[in-house]
Design a protein around this ligand. Structure first.
Ligand code: NDP
Length: 278
């Protein structure tokens, strides 16, 4: 169990990935650099972006300005759907790397399993990994059947699967599958974009521990051994979301939170063909 904000999960290739990261999707335009610098000054050492978020340039600026050595910051980006395929993924990676202004990335993910494309995309990620351009590679929004296909044909297995995970969407079979395959689970939208924060059962647990519901959920992630990357544009919440190491949820509380699962998503279902039309 992590006991400090900078504690790490050891991925299957030995790379250390912080259990707590900072998500930067939909940060207020113009405020990205200062917000990311705030998160880094509060102790966050992992930042999750994607070409889709249009803030890789700001992230690079924040890293250069923050005074923390580059090698102490874990930087993740993702290849967007329209860039998938072997050659186009290599090009997209280079563009992300240039926007970030970094020599290497710590992790590169396939953003969504685009049908008929994601296996070639994976081969491009393997190439980038073998060349040392990225320290670890993984996937995002993959279901078990997507992972099985990758695992059948790959030379290097995915090290992480970043997918929607919060009290209303547990996907226990996916969690178990990833654990068996040594694929680190990472929670995207861990706070369900704040839609889960008024849940009465969570409020009760939060009151018991004198914590916020957000803190209870993020602690629940960590106790499930799921890497978590909450986003906030407010310094006091960014600070609060990192204060997770001075309380422990009991096994009864963990079970009670698990029982809130309703299979409810905020994002699209990874097998929804509409997602891949544009
Ligand atoms: P989150 O589940 O992290 O929720 C963010 C929302 O919760 C914001 O509205 C924020 O408000 C609010 N919030 C944050 N902390 C608190 C708090 N302590 N108390 C009350 N409200 C709070 O949503 P995201 O979509 O941002 O997901 C997190 C990250 O996951 C993304 O930034 C991105 O990096 C990644 N992601 C990946 C996806 C994928 O397809 N791979 C999909 C979606 C997200 P405010 O900002 O006003 O504080």
């Amino acid at each position: 169990m992590p006991t400090h904000i900078q504690d790490c999960s050891t991925l299957q290739n030995g790379v250390q990935m912080p259990w707590l990261g900072f998500g930067v999707f939909q940060l207020e335009e113009g405020e990205e650099v200062s917000i990311i610098k705030t998160a880094l000054s509060l102790g966050y050492r992992s930042i999750d972006t994607a070409s889709l978020y249009h803030n890789e340039h700001s992230l690079g600026q924040a890293i250069r300005a923050c005074g923390i050595p580059r090698e102490q910051i874990f930087v993740t980006s993702k290849v967007w759907n329209s860039d998938q395929g072997f050659d186009s993924t290599l090009r997209a990676f280079e563009q992300s790397r240039e926007r970030l202004g970094l020599e290497y990335l710590d992790m590169y993910l396939i953003h969504w399993p685009v049908p008929d494309k994601y296996e070639d995309t994976w081969k491009a990620l393997e190439k980038l990994y073998k060349e040392g351009q990225v320290r670890s590679i993984g996937v995002s929004n993959f279901l078990i059947h997507h992972l099985e296909r990758i695992l059948e044909g790959c030379n290097i297995p995915p090290m992480v699967n970043q997918a929607e995970f919060h009290p209303y969407l547990l996907q226990p079979e996916l969690l178990e599958f990833c654990t068996r395959q040594q694929i680190q689970r990472e929670a995207s939208v861990p706070l369900m974009k704040s839609r889960v924060l008024a849940d009465p059962a969570l409020l009760q647990i939060a009151q018991r521990h004198k914590k916020s519901v957000a803190q209870v959920i993020l602690r629940w992630d960590l106790q499930h051994e799921v890497v978590t990357i909450p986003k906030s544009g407010h310094p006091e919440r960014i600070k609060q979301n990192a204060q997770l190491f001075d309380f422990v949820l009991s096994s009864e509380e963990m079970t009670a939170i698990d029982a809130l699962d309703r299979g409810e998503r905020v994002g699209p279902h990874p097998d929804d063909p509409e997602l891949y039309k544009s």
